[in-house]
Write a protein that binds this ligand. Sequence first.
Ligand SMILES: NC(=O)c1ccc[n+]([C@@H]2O[C@H](COP(=O)([O-])OP(=O)(O)OC[C@H]3O[C@@H](n4cnc5c(N)ncnc54)[C@H](O)[C@@H]3O)[C@@H](O)[C@H]2O)c1
Ligand SMILES: [Zn+2]
Length: 226
Amino acid sequence: MLSGAGVSAESGVPTFRGGGNTAVWKGMRFDVISSAEMVERDLPAVWEWFDYRRNFLHELMPNPAHYEIARWQDRFAEFTLVTQNIDGLHQKAGARDVIELHGNIWRARCIACGFTHDMAQSKRPDACLECGDRLRPDVVLFGEMLPPGAFEFAAARASKCELCFVVGTSALVYPAAGLPEIAKAAGAYVVEVNPERTPLSSLCDEVLTGKAGEVLPLFNNENSLL
Ligand SMILES: NC(=O)c1ccc[n+]([C@@H]2O[C@H](COP(=O)([O-])OP(=O)(O)OC[C@H]3O[C@@H](n4cnc5c(N)ncnc54)[C@H](O)[C@@H]3O)[C@@H](O)[C@H]2O)c1
Ligand SMILES: [Zn+2]
């Protein structure tokens, strides 16, 4: 399963293209304040923005889509969840071993030694607890590469996939959007769940038009084919 911002929409997390990309934080555009360049230029401002976002997310709960997805990991002999989301709501719903292509907003990472600190468990320290250097959000920012190995691992799983669900992603951000294409080329049956059509829709074997929190729980009954 590949998930995107749409899965968290019903939890109250704004999607990126559903308005988030026009948002402005203290006069700075979203893609400016969330950029690699800004980490270099003004790290405290980046933290101010990410602290604000974590504070907002703190109150939010997983929705029926997150819970259903978490159940699927016990329903199939092999199940891989790859997400573009950084909000941690899949894990909050019980998902294990989530491949996070774009990092996690609840983690801080040392710019020098790479040591990470879990901010869901304890407050953000002022500096790296290992080496004392500066911390930054452990999130893939505009202008940055994906974390090493994450996409490669996801692509390897996609190339052995039999059933691929693509849920709540606009499928515009590559390389993530390439994963269903890899699965399809490997012979997988590809199902999309989204209230709107996406560039991937025409590749899919099945397009389930609707909200993730309403469509996915339909698979959780005795008549379900899964
Ligand atoms: N929750 C998050 O962590 C979060 C939120 C916003 C953006 N982002 C980041 O921004 C980028 C955005 O790419 P993306 O494709 O994930 O998101 P996107 O915002 O580009 O697209 C969201 C998609 O979700 C669909 N959608 C909206 N409501 C839905 C619902 N209730 N159920 C199912 N689908 C629904 C929309 O039609 C759209 O296709 C990613 O890189 C991601 O890391 C993350
Ligand atoms: Zn360090």
